[in-house]
Write a protein that binds this ligand. Structure first.
Ligand SMILES: [Ca+2]
Ligand SMILES: [Ca+2]
Ligand SMILES: [Ca+2]
Length: 349
């Protein structure tokens, strides 16, 4: 096997360790309890079967709060059919995201998805006099083809089944009763009304980073040369401005890399006003060798992205262009910029 092949293989393994872009996380979790609670709401959006015991087109919504702006990439929820069946085929659902539930609500976006219910092995037993049933509870998980971007604070999700042909109406399972409460819409376009109970669902996604300015090699000119075989450090400044204080960053959370590749972290940094505009900036020092070994850069790299989290939990990200240079040119440039940088660094301390 050639040497280059070994490096590529190592990098394929290494890149699984993460990229500089934010990683998926649980944004909100309100799952099915171990013992499912009574019956769920009828949430069969397109059914108009007048023989159903409850309002035929009722839809259910529940609120959730995000500590920071995020994009929802995957939704999990739980529910049952009134027949108690677990259909083996995919069913169509409407997931609606709303910014508030005043009146008929304000829709942010909706997604029509299909999902096969996975039998949880759990059942809901009727507590309604004269209406006995045992429903199997299913778990649904869908990855959204286009993630849904949401602001920090409270948003709402409404979930209904779209299958008008099924005689078995679908219900969204409860998480808790009475909980903080939920909403139901007696008919499409009608006002949302409040109801006791929280619905069972979880949201997975990524925080949407706040954009910040970074400067790779703040003392090394605009071309930001990087030599892959360098054994030195590359300084990357995160610049403060009127709305952002780089001192708020927790440097241990900083990750840098080509946005198409992996990322690496650092344990070295210092504070300095690198652009001499009167506010203190954060200078992170990354080992070029770590960047290469963690597959965070390669010879095609043109951009470095730094992602980090502030001490209050906000994710910030910034990018700067870089130029990967050949050994000789890189050595000359690197030695110059490194010396110059060390000189400036020490003289500014
Ligand atoms: Ca609730
Ligand atoms: Ca620069
Ligand atoms: Ca500054």
């Amino acid at each position: 096997m050639r040497k280059g092949t070994v490096l590529v293989l190592l990098c394929l393994v290494g890149s699984a360790m993460g990229s500089p872009t934010p990683q998926s996380a649980v944004l909100f979790d309100q799952p099915l309890p171990e013992i499912p609670i009574r019956y769920g709401w009828n949430s069969d959006g397109s059914s108009s079967n007048a023989t159903e015991p409850f309002a035929s087109t009722v839809e259910i919504g529940d609120g959730f709060s995000l500590s920071a702006a995020a994009s929802v990439a995957s939704v999990t929820w739980w529910g049952s059919y009134w027949s108690g069946e677990v259909p083996a085929v995919a069913k169509e659902f409407e997931l609606r995201f709303l910014s508030d539930m005043t009146g008929a609500g304000n829709l942010i976006t909706s997604r029509t998805v299909t999902a096969v219910g996975e039998d949880t092995g759990l059942t809901v037993v009727s507590n309604i006099p004269g209406f006995p049933f045992t429903w199997k509870v299913m778990k649904y998980t869908v990855d959204l083809a286009a993630p849904v971007a949401l602001d920090a604070g409270e948003s709402f999700i409404a979930i209904s089944e779209n299958d008008s042909s099924t005689p078995a109406v679908w219900t969204w399972a409860f998480h808790q009763d009475p909980g903080s409460g939920s909403w139901y819409q007696p008919d499409h376009g009608a006002d949302w009304l409040t109801a006791p109970g929280d619905m069972a669902f979880s949201l997975i996604g990524e925080p949407i980073p706040e954009a910040v300015s970074i400067d790779v090699r703040p003392w090394g000119g605009k071309r930001n040369h990087l030599r892959l075989r360098s054994r030195g450090l590359v300084p990357v400044a995160v610049l403060s401005d009127e709305g952002f204080d780089a001192r708020d960053i927790d440097p241990e959370t900083a990750r840098i890399g080509d946005p198409n590749l992996g990322a690496t972290g650092t344990d070295r940094w210092f504070l300095h006003d690198v652009d001499r505009d009167g506010d203190v900036d954060l200078v992170l020092l990354f080992r070029v060798r770590d960047l290469v070994e963690d597959c965070a850069i390669n010879s095609d790299t043109e951009t470095l992205t730094v992602t980090s989290t502030t001490r209050t939990g906000t994710v910030v990200a910034g990018s700067d262009g870089v130029e990967i240079v050949s050994r000789l040119a890189g050595w000359t440039r690197h030695r110059w910029s490194f010396r110059s940088w060390v000189r400036r660094w020490w003289s500014s301390r």
